[in-house]
Unconditional design. Structure first.
Length: 266
């Protein structure tokens, strides 16, 4: 599973302050800690308090790359900011994200092609987040159809079914799990799947428990990637154990330590 660390996000006060003050040590520390904890990629989001999101995105990408060589998932509502980050990204990046709206796909698919990037696509449109599995599948098919028409491989797309908080949408969560598996059957070249894991526990008390339980269940349905907090050790241990049970790693008595060492040595 591709683990995308969520912590370099300007919505966190500490990160917002670091961006404003250009505190490179803070950003580097967050990048290093997440990679050491097992993150393969780092989500990079300037947040709503950024005064100059284009300049700040460039600074974040350059600062992170001075410390780690992880894949970067460039997260912004502004295509110009994402492109600025792509210009200075040393490795293949991920664009986070498009929706199923054609006008969004017309911007982000060409951008992904230009910079040889992957693309996270949310299965939602102007009407909002779907309330059932069939609508999610319809929007996923629309995304993949547009990609095919524009010679962009479905294998470079991460479909996001949009996980909703359990305290407001409990009745939808099983269908969200089911659609993770169903997404794979839409096209011959199968897309990947991703979730923003922390969404499920927004406003809930036992956030870590809810997060790791849902993640393990989603892994069983074939989830390929998750944006999460890699510093949550219980969450990471559950993820690693699920990978083991799904026969994706070889068992040994110290399988958790072995998994983490293999990540750090890459």
């Amino acid at each position: 599973m591709l683990i995308i660390g969520e912590l370099i996000n300007g919505m966190y006060q500490k990160v917002a302050r670091a961006i404003q003050q250009k505190d490179a040590d803070c950003i580097k520390s967050l990048a290093r800690q997440q990679v050491q904890a097992g993150a393969d990629a780092l989500d990079v989001n300037c947040g709503p308090a950024s005064r100059d999101v284009i300049s700040d995105m460039r600074w974040l990408v350059e600062t992170i790359q001075e410390e780690v060589s992880a894949i970067l998932s460039l997260d912004s509502t502004k295509p110009q900011a994402i492109e600025e980050g792509l210009k200075v990204a040393r490795n293949k990046a991920i664009i986070n994200s498009s929706t199923a709206d054609i006008e969004k796909l017309e911007v982000y698919v060409p951008l992904a092609k230009k910079y040889h990037s992957s693309l996270i696509a949310l299965t939602m449109d102007k009407k909002g987040v779907p309330q059932d599995k069939d609508r999610r599948l319809e929007l996923a098919a629309q995304i993949l159809g547009f990609a095919q028409e524009n010679d962009f491989s479905a294998s470079e797309i991460y479909l996001d079914p949009i996980v909703l908080p359990v305290n407001v949408a409990q009745n939808q969560l099983l269908s969200i799990l089911e659609v993770i598996k169903d997404f794979k059957m839409i096209s011959t070249s199968a897309p990947k799947t991703v979730v923003g894991l922390s969404n499920i526990s927004q406003g809930s008390k036992d956030r870590s428990l809810i997060n790791r339980t849902f993640l393990v269940m989603a892994q069983g349905y074939g989830l390929d990637a998750a944006i999460l907090d890699p510093l949550d050790q219980e969450l990471m241990d559950a993820l690693i154990t699920a990978e083991l049970i799904l026969n994706k790693n070889i068992y040994c008595n110290s399988y958790i330590e072995a998994y983490k060492k293999s990540k750090v040595s890459r």
